[in-house]
Design a protein around this ligand. Structure first.
Ligand SMILES: [Zn+2]
Length: 262
């Protein structure tokens, strides 16, 4: 039995999963028992706009060397393509509306089928609705991630608004900074690749209230979906380093539990 998130061991099985055939929804399924044996570190980040999801997502992604899948980035990238789906996404976003569960689920499923997700992943911005949460619960067991860690970032509306107002993003790698809370070391430019930092167009003042209201409309049903899951509430007002320590503590605890069971 594989124990913990042992990269060395689990990498041996990655190619096995990658060789498996894909289903209609793009999910790559291991046809034998390896998917069940793999202990993936799959993390779902929940939290309102301004809760620091993407910042924590990047930190967790680097800490455990697993991909960060951000729904916002997926939609922006899909909208730049050619075709009816891209056109529908552009039309929806330009109209200030939420893209349908069907499209978002499809994009997410394609990402989860990537071979580099075999050891785990961090989801930022998914699920946003109860229907998306159910879709994810149906899909995860098929890729060996039946017990994802769900982290709920709780933040006050005042802090969320302040963070959104001072948020900037690198035009190159997409890394998010906050000019007040966690600024770049080189004002106006990204620490990672030196590219300029810009305010995201959907961060304009008038959209902040709408974003927070929309999140509140669906958050309760998503949280209810994970009530009996591996669910943890974090104080998103804490510094990113403190949050990482908290998550590391939870992971270590669960690793110890799995060792004990194995
Ligand atoms: Zn960058």
């Amino acid at each position: 039995m594989l124990r913990s998130w042992d990269k060395h061991v689990s990498k041996k099985y990655t190619s096995r999963i990658a060789e498996s055939s894909a289903t209609d929804d793009g999910i790559c399924i291991a046809r034998d028992c390896w998917g069940v044996l793999l202990n993936m570190l799959s993390i779902i980040l929940l939290g309102s706009p301004g809760s620091g999801r993407s910042t924590l997502g990047r930190i967790l992604s680097r800490r455990w060397d697993i991909p960060l899948i951000c729904t916002g980035d997926l939609l922006r990238s899909a909208a730049e393509k050619i075709g009816p789906v891209a056109k529908a996404i552009r039309h929806t976003i330009d109209g200030g509306n939420l893209v349908s569960d069907e499209i978002v689920n499809h994009l997410l499923a394609s990402e989860l089928g990537r071979p580099d997700c075999a050891d785990g992943f961090v989801l930022d911005g998914f699920p946003r609705t109860a229907a998306q949460a159910q879709f994810l619960s149906d899909v995860l067991p098929r890729i060996g991630a039946s017990d994802p860690m769900v982290l709920q970032l709780n933040v006050s509306p005042e802090i969320a608004v302040e963070r959104i107002q001072s948020r900037v993003q690198c035009v190159g790698c997409g890394r998010a900074y906050n000019s007040k809370l966690w600024p770049s070391g080189h004002p106006g430019y990204c620490d990672d690749d030196g590219m300029p930092l810009v305010k995201r167009t959907d961060d304009v003042e008038r959209s902040i209230a709408t974003s927070l209201r929309r999140y509140a409309e669906t958050a309760a049903s998503v949280i209810a979906h994970y009530r009996n899951a591996n669910y943890h509430v974090l104080d998103a007002g804490s510094a990113p380093g403190t949050l990482l320590e908290t998550v590391e503590g939870v992971v270590a605890q669960q690793q110890a539990f799995r060792f004990a069971l194995a």
